[in-house]
Design a protein around this ligand. Structure first.
Ligand SMILES: Cc1ncc(COP(=O)(O)O)c(C=O)c1O
Length: 477
């Protein structure tokens, strides 16, 4: 083969994957047909996991030197792999924090991928970043933050919390240096004992200490306890974190009291609203969040209760410049981006390359309007209250706490952890619901986390009925 021939052969082989050809037209059609059918499916099965051994047996080797072809790969996905993934937007998926993307948001996620958009810099993605920023500004205004507030959509609450805390420590360091005093030997972050595990994870990554402040009997972190911790640990505390909707119960800390305590000590106030802060969009729950407007930074996850697909967390800074100072990456090859004053989302978190993951939320909000969001969130708040009322009255059941938001925690009297586990496994096995057990103060319980406006009281009653029918682990019916 001459050099010319060999280079032509290489070009043909490489082009196979990228040119508009018969083969690629067929692939695109198949994938879009599948996506369309999946997006518009009415009775999507709940589905359940399979063992790796079983999946290997069923799917066989799919990554091979020659490829198995798109038709076969898509068929394996449709018939073997997808059914081994639980449908997280099923109305009876009530575990952890579910997800319930709107049709517009889920469909637009396809557009984001189809368009090869880069969301890291204004230079490359100005249009996408403009739309994301409009959503961020709208959220900031809803939360009462000042007009200059801004930030970025990151992958999830864990990365949002980490990025905010890194900015907080950087700001504390700068302040300490400016004041000419010594830097603390060990930096500390104050949060409640009920804070999400991602705060401890961030602290490990940052090599800082967590001061876990006890909550009051009702599970709420309040100002006096934070004040005591700040007095004890003095200048070593770089941030106070309050939770706006704890994961296990949906409890909103006393944001005004905690924010005031942080301000009195000149400490950064971060609000982790990954799950719960969305509820502030509903007039029903809005007053619970008084004080969030004091936040120096906050997070809220659209993939939880703002009807966006995975994965998206809105990270907002009161003063975005502090986020930029902490996170901008510098290198010769990035000077084109960093030597301008353009708003580049990469500069505001611990990341560089990013997809504009805020766009599905933007498209959904633009399509349906904010009022539709308020209504849908209110529906889950109301449903949680109704479910709690029903459980309180139901013989053999005990409500663990009155729900503040949309998490309902209850016990089936006399059940052990093994009973809950066996019951939960059976619910999934029978494709009835996905409700994993939880625990509080060492006592096992069951928990409904409701964010899907399609979940009904009848769904919840149907699940409760299975707890009547289900015997103890020793003797199941
Ligand atoms: C209060 C709270 N913070 C942070 C997170 C972490 O968010 P992500 O899973 O998006 O990283 C969660 C997740 O459930 C949460 O409930």
């Amino acid at each position: 083969m001459t050099a010319q021939n060999s280079s032509a052969a290489t070009t043909v082989a490489a082009a196979r994957m990228h040119e508009v050809t018969e083969e690629n037209r067929d692939i695109v059609d198949r994938v879009l047909d599948y996506s369309r059918q999946r997006l518009l499916m009415v009775d999507t099965p709940l589905d359940k996991p399979q063992s790796a051994t079983e999946l290997s047996r069923l799917a066989g080797a799919t990554v091979t030197e020659q490829g198995i072809g798109a038709a076969k790969a898509l068929s394996i996905f449709e018939h073997i792999l997808a059914p081994a993934c639980i449908t997280t937007d099923d109305p009876r998926y009530l575990s952890f924090i579910p997800s319930a993307p709107s049709k517009a948001a889920a469909a637009f996620d396809v557009v984001v991928s189809a368009s090869a958009l880069y969301g890291g810099s204004w230079l490359e993605g100005a249009g996408a970043v403009h739309a994301e920023n409009e959503v961020l500004r709208w959220l900031a205004a809803e939360f009462g933050m000042p007009a200059g507030a801004g930030g970025v959509f990151v992958q999830g609450g864990t990365l949002g919390n980490l990025s905010a805390l890194v900015a907080a420590r950087e700001a504390a360091r700068d302040r300490a240096r400016e004041a000419g005093g010594p830097l603390p030997e060990r930096w500390r972050v104050v949060c409640s004992a009920e804070a999400h595990s991602s705060i401890a994870s961030a602290a490990r990554v940052m090599d800082v200490e967590v001061v876990a402040v006890p909550v009051d009997a009702d599970g709420t972190l309040r100002g006096p306890a934070v004040r005591a911790a700040l007095e004890e640990h003095g200048g070593s505390v770089f941030a106070v974190v309050a939770t706006a909707g704890t994961t296990n119960f949906g409890i909103v800390d006393d944001l005004a009291g905690v924010g005031e305590a942080a301000a009195a000590h000149g400490v950064w106030f971060h609000v982790d609203g990954a799950y719960g802060l969305s509820a502030m969009l509903s007039p029903e729950a809005r007053p619970r969040f008084a004080g969030v407007e004091r936040a120096d930074s906050l997070v809220v996850d659209p993939h939880k209760w703002l009807f966006a697909p995975f994965d998206a967390c809105a990270l907002l800074y009161r003063d975005p410049e502090l986020g930029r100072r902490a996170h901008t990456q510098h290198a010769d090859y990035l000077d084109t981006l960093t030597e301008t004053t353009d708003w580049s989302p990469s500069d505001f978190a611990a990341h560089l390359t990013r997809r504009p993951r805020g766009l599905p939320l933007w498209f959904s909000l633009a399509s349906y309007g904010a009022a539709a969001y308020r209504e849908a969130i209110t529906a889950s708040l109301v449903l949680a209250r109704e479910a709690a009322e029903l459980i309180r009255e139901r013989p053999g059941f005990e409500l663990v706490r009155d729900p503040q938001l949309s998490v309902v925690v209850f016990e089936r009297v006399g059940w052990s952890k093994a009973d809950y586990s066996a019951w939960s496994a059976r619910l999934l096995d029978e494709q009835l619901a996905f409700v994993t057990p939880s625990a509080h103060h060492g006592r096992a319980n069951a928990r409904f986390a409701i964010v899907n406006p399609r979940t009904t009281l009848a769904d919840l009653v149907l699940i409760l009925d299975t707890m009547d029918a289900h015997g103890t682990a020793g003797g199941q019916s």
